[in-house]
Write a protein that binds this ligand. Structure first.
Ligand code: SAH
Length: 411
């Protein structure tokens, strides 16, 4: 990046514990604050920090964040490299190259950069048609926004058919960054940092279906792009069935189910805004004959309570895609109980020959733990069942390290 924006020497130098040394050497992208043994001076957010091993040899370089327990997000380990504009451009090209060939012109919304797993620690970039939503999870990127804007604009992108030629760029900030971003960098969540204002939700295509994304305020960056492949599977299973989409958000699964020939789709969500968005998404897709004839209903309620109270209603396919139920390790036991409860309730509401598709996005619950819970609930129901499939991350959401793995689903 522009050397002018980097701090003056001396270079920020760190020495770390032996354990951290081997973790970093093995390619893990995080260095925690309590692993730092020595630091030559206080550092600013976004400075390049160089980590040396106990023999004073270069170990890794990364982005420093004095406000986060993840003190350094590693950019590269092994041999020293010159991190300049060319380096960043090559890294962007790498992320885009991974996605080449994944989507045709019927899909204009996908994840372009998935943080650490794409070599861009703490940074997510989602495309929705001509808009790019840039979501930051570390303050380290805040002083580097101009360089990022430059990188994502115009001539830099001519080699890439994957990004729009002159994208609008919306800044999204994880909650823990918002205050610092405002006070130190005068940046706020939902700010448009490049391009024209947004007056209506951005409309994009996913597998030929039109969806709106509230890129300014919506959860994540406005849409759950990570469920695309699971939605495609639901489409293939929906013909002639009555569908319950619990934790529906804006109806992502519902539209696919309707296009797949579902007789009816009921969206169940606690948020009236999510349900309104789903209703608008159904309106946006009336040109698909199967969607036009599918009965669409909404239920605004707590999904646990609704399933408890409506067990007499039977469905041919139920989708359960709750929000993360364990945001931290201490919540894990409660989350496992909640997943079991949900699966049990849903299995009771699945009619004969019906299907349950259930997903978990809690990073603290492993795929094996989650699948075990669902299998146990199915066994305890004393109903006959067979397991069709388990799935993980879609290809535009790679997970290259353990903490980056969160999504799993079982049918
Ligand atoms: N399946 C969705 C994403 C689900 S996100 C998709 O494919 O796009 C989780 C959703 O659960 C959010 O819309 C949130 O409003 C809803 N939610 C959270 N807690 C809930 C509860 N107790 N009962 C019902 N919905 C809830």
């Amino acid at each position: 990046m522009n050397p002018g924006s980097l701090p003056k020497p001396p270079r920020l130098r760190l020495r770390v514990t032996a354990t951290a040394e081997s973790i970093v050497r093995s390619g893990h992208p995080w260095l925690f604050a309590d692993s730092v043994k020595e630091q030559n001076r206080a550092g600013e957010p976004g400075e390049l920090a160089v980590i040396y091993d106990r023999k004073d040899r270069f170990l890794a370089a990364g982005l420093f964040d004095p406000h986060s327990p993840i003190r350094v997000r590693i950019l590269h380990a092994g041999k020293p490299q010159t991190i300049n504009r060319e380096w960043w451009r090559a890294r962007l090209d790498q992320a885009l190259a991974r996605r080449r060939g994944l989507f045709d012109d019927q899909t204009t919304g996908w994840r372009c950069i998935n943080g650490e797993s794409d070599g861009w620690p703490g940074l997510v970039l989602d495309r929705y048609e001509d808009t790019l939503a840039l979501k930051l999870y570390t303050a380290a990127w805040l002083p580097r926004l101009d360089e990022l804007i430059d990188l994502l604009q115009g001539e830099n992108l001519t080699r890439s058919e994957l990004l729009p030629p002159a994208p609008r760029l919306v800044l999204r900030l994880s909650r823990n960054l918002q205050r610092l971003a405002q006070t130190q960098f005068h940046k706020s969540d939902g700010q448009i940092i490049h391009g024209p204002p947004i007056t209506a939700p951005v409309i994009f295509l996913e597998t030929g279906l039109r969806f709106e994304a509230d890129v300014l305020r919506g959860q994540k960056t406005g849409f759950f792009l990570d469920q695309r492949e699971n939605r495609r599977r639901v489409e293939a299973l929906s013909h002639g069935r009555r569908i319950l989409n619990a934790f529906s958000f804006s109806g992502g699964f519902s539209l696919y189910a309707a296009r797949g020939g579902a007789r009816s789709v009921t969206d169940l969500d606690i948020s009236p805004y999510a349900l309104q968005s789903s209703t608008r998404n159904f309106s946006l897709n009336q040109s698909h004959p199967a969607i036009a004839v599918c009965r669409h209903e909404t239920a605004q309620a707590d999904a646990f309570e609704w399933l408890e109270q409506n067990h007499a209603k039977k469905f041919g396919l139920i989708i359960l895609d709750p929000p993360s139920l364990a945001k931290r390790e201490s919540e894990k036991a409660g989350a496992l109980r909640a997943y079991a409860r949900l699966a049990t309730l849903a299995i009771r509401s699945v009619g004969p020959g019906g299907i349950l598709v259930t997903a978990s996005c809690s990073a603290h619950v492993t795929a094996d733990e989650f699948f075990q819970i669902v299998r146990q609930s199915a066994a305890q129901s004393r109903r006959q069942f067979s397991e069709l499939q388990t799935t993980g991350h879609p290809p535009d959401h790679p997970a290259a390290f353990k903490e980056g793995e969160y999504l799993k689903a079982i049918t």
